[in-house]
Design a binder for this molecule. Structure first.
Ligand code: NAP
Length: 453
């Protein structure tokens, strides 16, 4: 073997970091990387998971862009693993594959009524407001009072996007249909509901603080949610993150409220029991909990109803299974040891690796994905005895195969076309970018064809 040929599936941060590390790692042989992505554009959750009013996170795009622009990674966009290319194709043309397909579905909340009209998964809503090409363009924003279940950063993103006045989103890259939908929303109250206490939240201080800066939105806290947990209060003295969260919440409790036209309520110690309704959401029923002294909570038996017409479930993401690749249904990941995929009996599967959220589950900020990729890359490079022996490792074989199958794949220069196009759409309205949403249009622009022709 003169060149190790690696396929990486998924062009989000995990896939791009992995490709980069594979090419930069010290090794005694050449490496070539082909990056497959089911969407016509790269960057995964950075493009389709980060809220449009969070441009500072979008700064990560600059780092990812530098990697792709170097020109030593081939990108095949609009190529679906399992249909457009299969594991047998990859075995024929590569020595190994790394799956970096992330976790983009909502974790299920198994409470009665979760399927009612007006009960939504946060991941679907995020896909909508980020202009994902595969979700409907319309979102039913007809509710005045809404509950968001969960105390993670996604819950805060969803709550903020719902309660923020749409004019304040205008300068961002929010798609036009989303802005229009939000403008028509009659929303007045968003209730964020966490099952544990104010110092057991998963969201981060920066994201929490931002809520307090929303124009014409009062933050409402319940006094009964505070002072219940001396153990956590003590911990907050030494843990910087908790200390800041504690300070932010305390300062909000001092604030004058009552003048804003919209309200964001934070409820803690409230464990969801049921979505109440007659087919459509009428309330969220929850049980009050109290601290168990060890970071957890126990039920108090006291049940309350929060009258709302919609419920957003933001209790975490979940991975999706890939064709002919083992999948842990319980954790939503590819079972693995240090990124080496394992079969049902726990044996290593030659040539198959995982990285990012499909490896470790949907936790951690984007930066954590890099150290995770390092582990997978090391194990791949050291695992020579397990690599496949491809019958046809020539770089031309894959574009030829996709061409034969009629797959309209996009590449890095196609992405530049789309990127430039979106930026020029934005420039005309003083915005950084206006995203192109329909998949066909994204492909046509990438392939440099007229969308009207
Ligand atoms: P997360 O951080 O894991 O938070 C999930 C929340 O849902 C937790 O508060 C959890 O409570 C709660 N939950 C889980 N199961 C529940 C149930 N059955 N009933 C009630 N509540 C339940 O997940 P996430 O918010 O989806 O975020 C995923 C990752 O993306 C995180 O690392 C996050 O920081 C990152 N992210 C970052 C940003 C950003 O702006 N920086 C934006 C979005 C996402 P318990 O703690 O009690 O389990």
């Amino acid at each position: 073997m003169t060149t190790l040929r690696v396929a990486v599936v998924g062009a989000g941060p995990a896939g791009i970091y992995t490709s980069d590390l594979l090419l930069k790692a010290e090794r005694a042989f050449d490496v070539s990387v082909d990056l497959f992505e089911q969407l016509p554009a790269p960057y995964g959750l950075v493009r389709y998971g980060v809220a449009p009013d969070h441009p500072r996170i979008k700064g990560i795009v600059n780092a990812l862009r530098e990697v792709l622009d170097r020109g030593d990674i081939r990108l095949f966009g609009n190529v679906r693993f399992g249909t457009d290319v299969t594991i047998d194709d990859l075995k024929r043309h590569y020595h190994a594959v790394v799956f970096a397909t992330g976790a983009s579905r909502d974790a299920r909340l198994e409470v009665p009524g979760h399927e009612f009209e007006g009960s939504f998964g946060a991941a679907d809503f995020v896909s909508w407001y980020d202009g994902h090409p595969d979700v409907p363009r319309e979102w039913p924003l007809t509710h005045r009072e809404v509950a968001v279940i969960g105390n993670g950063n996604v819950a805060l993103d969803v709550a903020r996007m719902l309660v923020k006045h749409p004019e304040d989103l205008e300068p961002t890259e929010v798609p036009a249909n989303v802005l229009e939908g939000l403008r028509a929303s009659p929303i007045t109250d968003v209730h964020v509901v966490g099952r544990r206490g104010p110092l057991q939240v998963k969201f981060t201080p920066l994201e929490l603080r931002e809520l307090g800066e929303l124009r014409d939105v009062d933050i409402i806290l319940n006094d009964d949610d505070f002072g219940l947990d001396p153990a956590s209060d003590e911990l907050a003295q030494t843990n910087k993150q908790l200390l800041v969260i504690n300070r932010i919440l305390s300062s909000w409790r001092e604030r004058e409220v009552g003048s804003a036209s919209r309200r964001l309520h934070l409820h803690f110690y409230s464990k969801p029991l049921e979505v109440v309704g007659d087919g459509a959401v009428q309330a969220l029923r929850f049980e009050r909990t109290r601290p168990d002294g060890a970071g957890g909570v126990v039920g108090t038996g006291e049940v309350r109803d929060l009258p709302v017409q919609a419920v957003y479930r933001a209790i975490g993401y979940f991975g999706s299974p890939l064709a002919d690749i083992p999948f842990d249904e319980h954790r939503g990941v590819i079972p693995n040891s240090g990124g080496r995929a394992l079969d049902e009996s726990g044996e290593e599967l030659p040539g198959i690796y995982a990285t990012g959220w499909i490896k470790r589950g949907p936790q951690g900020l984007i930066g954590a994905t890099k150290s995770d990729a390092m582990e997978t890359v090391q194990n791949l490079l050291n695992g020579q005895s397990g690599w496949w022996s491809p019958l046809d490792p020539s770089p031309e074989a894959i574009p030829a195969l996709l061409g034969e199958r009629g797959v309209r794949f996009t590449d890095v220069s196609g992405w530049h076309n789309l990127d430039e196009h979106e930026k020029s759409l934005g420039a005309s309205s003083g915005r950084e970018r206006v995203k192109v949403v329909p998949r066909d249009e994204m492909i046509e622009i990438s392939l440099n064809r007229s969308v009207t022709g």
